[in-house]
Design a protein around this ligand. Structure first.
Ligand code: FAD
Length: 398
C-alpha cells in the first residue's frame, strides 16, 4: 500500500473544484493521492440556478461534467454522497464505501435554513441544486396546464417566493420574465397571475445600497412583483402561506429562499461550528485540526472592518479553494502556510433579462451595464475553471 499522503476533497462546488484544480497544478508526481468526492458527476453553477428554476434558461447551461474540469490522471473522482466524517479515524463514510485521508477539504456547501417555520420543509421548493430547480421549473409549467383544466383554482396562478435576499430577488426577476411566455403558451390572461415576494426584514436585499434596492424594487414591481416587506411567514401549508399578519395567501407554488446555513454533517463530525459553519483560522483550517481545511459555505470568515462574518458567496469559495490547496502542499512539504485574505470584487444581483444592480468598489451600477457585468462575472468563472472553450460553449447563453 502506498504511503504518500492522501488528500480527500468533499464537494465539487466552487471551493472544491478550485482546490482540486490548484492541487493538480502544484503537486509533483507521486507527492500525494488526491480524491474528489461529490454527489453528482458534474459541477453546477449555483449562481445561475435562478434561471433554469424559472425556465428562462436550459438546465444544462448551469452545469459541466467534472471530468472536463479535472485531470483524471492526477485526481481520482468519486461520485457518491458523503454520509459521515469520522475525525478520530481520519475516515469519510460514503453511501457506498469508505475513504481514509491525511488531509481533508470540506466543501459540501450549505443547507436550507427554514428557521423552524412549520410546514416549510414539507411544502416549499428550494433553489439548491440542478435536481431541485428542475422540479420547480416543471411544477410551474404544470400549474398553468392544471389551471386550464379547472379555472376555479386561482391559486394555481399565485406564486409565493419567501425571502427577498439575493436568491429571492434574482428568482422573481426571472419568473416575471417567464410568466408572459407561459400565459401565451397556455392562453392565460396575464392579469390573473400574481407573484408575491415576502420578506421578514424591513427591506429587500438587506445589506445592499438603499438606492440600488429601491431601483431593484421599482424594476420588479413594474414586471408585476408584489412585495410584502417586514412580513414574516408564519406557516407554509399545502394550500399556500399564512403570514404573521394572519393574512393567508393561497398559492400552489411556494419557493423558499429565505435562509441558508452551513452543513449539519460538520456539526455531527464534532468540529466546532456555528450553524454548520466553521470559524476557520487564518490558513482556512478548522480550529484544533491542522489537517482539516474548510472552504465556501462551510467556512466562516470574519470581516475585520465590521467584525462580522462575510456572507457565504461563490466569490468567497473560489478565492479560498486555491489557498487551501497551496496550504496542503505547504503542509506536506513542511513549508510555511499562506494567510487567507478575502478580496471583495463586487456584487451584482440580476433582476431578469437585461436588468441588474451592482456595486464594484465605490461604483454603483444599474440596468444594462449591471446586467452585462453579471454576465462577465459568470463567464469569468467558466474561464477560470474550464478555459476559453468552456467560457465560449456555455457563456454565450448567459
Ligand atoms: P457549493 O457550490 O454549494 O457546492 C457544494 C458541492 O458539494 C456540490 O457539488 C454538492 O453536490 C456537493 N455535496 C453536497 N453535499 C454532499 C454530500 N453529502 N456528499 C457529496 N457531495 C456533496 N454567490 C455569489 O457570489 N454570487 C451570486 O450571484 C450568487 N448567486 C446565488 C444564487 C443562488 C440561487 C444560490 C443558491 C446561491 C448563490 N450564491 C451566489 C451563493 C453561492 O452559490 C455559494 O456561496 C457557493 O455555491 C458556495 O460554494 P461551495 O463550494 O461552498 O459549495
Amino acid at each position: 500500500m502506498s504511503n504518500i499522503p492522501k488528500i480527500v476533497i468533499l464537494g465539487a462546488g466552487y471551493g472544491g473544484i478550485m482546490a482540486a484544480q490548484r492541487l493538480q497544478k502544484e503537486l509533483n508526481y507521486n507527492e500525494a493521492d488526491v480524491t474528489l468526492v461529490s454527489k453528482h458527476d458534474y459541477h453546477y453553477f449555483t449562481t445561475h440556478l435562478h434561471m433554469p428554476a424559472a425556465g428562462t434558461d436550459a438546465i444544462d447551461n448551469a452545469r459541466v461534467s467534472i471530468s472536463k474540469l479535472v485531470d483524471e490522471f492526477k485526481i481520482d473522482t468519486v461520485k457518491s454522497t458523503v454520509q459521515e466524517i469520522r475525525i478520530e479515524d481520519k475516515k469519510v463514510i460514503l453511501e457506498d464505501g469508505t475513504l481514509s485521508y491525511d488531509y481533508l477539504v470540506i466543501g459540501v456547501g450549505g443547507e436550507v435554513e427554514t428557521f423552524g417555520i412549520p410546514g416549510m420543509t414539507e411544502n416549499a421548493f428550494f433553489i439548491r441544486s440542478i435536481n431541485s430547480v428542475r422540479v420547480i421549473c416543471e411544477h410551474i409549467e404544470h400549474q398553468f396546464a392544471l389551471y386550464k383544466q379547472d379555472e376555479t383554482r386561482a391559486d394555481r396562478l399565485n406564486f409565493v417566493v419567501g425571502g427577498a435576499g439575493f436568491t429571492g430577488i434574482e428568482f422573481v426577476g426571472e419568473l416575471s420574465d417567464r410568466i408572459p411566455q407561459l400565459c401565451k403558451q397556455f392562453d392565460v390572461d396575464p392579469s390573473l397571475v400574481n407573484i408575491y415576494n415576502i420578506e421578514a426584514a424591513p427591506t429587500a436585499l438587506p445589506g445592499f445600497d438603499p438606492a440600488l434596492v429601491e431601483y431593484a424594487m421599482n424594476v420588479l414591481k413594474k414586471k408585476g412583483v408584489t412585495f410584502k416587506l417586514a412580513t414574516a411567514i408564519k406557516e407554509c401549508t399545502p394550500e399556500g402561506v399564512l403570514l404573521a399578519t394572519d393574512e393567508e395567501i393561497k398559492a400552489a407554488t411556494v419557493v423558499w429562499t429565505g435562509g441558508v446555513r452551513g452543513n449539519s454533517m460538520i456539526e455531527k463530525a464534532g468540529i466546532e461550528a456555528m450553524r454548520g459553519r466553521v470559524k476557520v483560522d487564518e490558513h482556512l483550517r478548522a480550529p484544533g485540526h491542522d489537517n482539516i481545511f474548510i472552504v465556501g459555505d462551510n467556512s466562516l470568515v470574519i470581516n475585520p472592518e465590521i467584525d462580522r462574518p462575510y456572507p457565504p458567496t461563490a466569490q468567497m469559495a473560489m478565492q479560498q479553494g486555491p489557498v487551501v490547496a497551496s496550504n496542503i502542499v505547504a503542509s506536506i512539504r513542511n513549508q510555511p502556510l499562506k494567510k487567507f485574505t478575502y478580496e471583495n470584487k463586487g456584487t451584482v444581483a440580476s433582476l431578469g433579462k437585461g436588468q441588474a444592480i451592482g456595486v464594484v468598489g465605490k461604483t454603483k451600477l444599474t440596468g444594462f451595464w449591471a446586467a452585462q457585468l453579471k454576465k462577465v462575472i459568470d463567464i469569468r468563472w467558466l474561464f477560470i475553471i474550464g478555459g476559453f472553450s468552456l467560457a465560449f460553449k456555455k457563456g454565450k447563453f448567459f
